[in-house]
Ligand binder design. Sequence first.
Ligand SMILES: [Zn+2]
Length: 181
Amino acid sequence: MRRMFRRDRRKAFAPNIPPILQEANLAFDKGEYGRAAEMFEQIAQVADARGGRRAPLFHLQAGRARILARQTALGMPSLKRGLQLLAERRQLPRLYQAGMRAINELNEHGLKNEATEIETWLSSVLPDVHAFDAPPAKRPTLPTHCPACGAPLRPDEVEWLDKATAECGYCGSPIRDEDQH
Ligand SMILES: [Zn+2]
């Protein structure tokens, strides 16, 4: 009964959210990083193979989960692939933000060599990194997690459809600015 209810409620939100994405987000939130990473790697591979626009985010989250699981060697290829896709697609502000975030997180885990590796690569594809240093404009307030798929929402990672509506980068559900309710 409970399963039915959950599935129905999910359906009411957005019909096409893959259960594996919700599982992966849930595992990540619970701190089950190794499990979350395996699922994000699967999701990322499928998205990557069909040139999906969410593939970079999935690779980056897979890499992040591996780093948090202390599986650095498994995580680095995912981080690099995510950043590489952003570079190939010329999504430069996003590449800058994702790259800086990866560098910071690697440093926080004491992974200096890996952080330097990403930094060196990033400055080779973004020669003028400081062009992106401007402080971000004031963004509307988002809930911390996507109500449909459970992904963490960051103002710099969502797509803004208009001033008050963002699109979840993981599942594509529209999210309203909480201040506008
Ligand atoms: Zn979502």
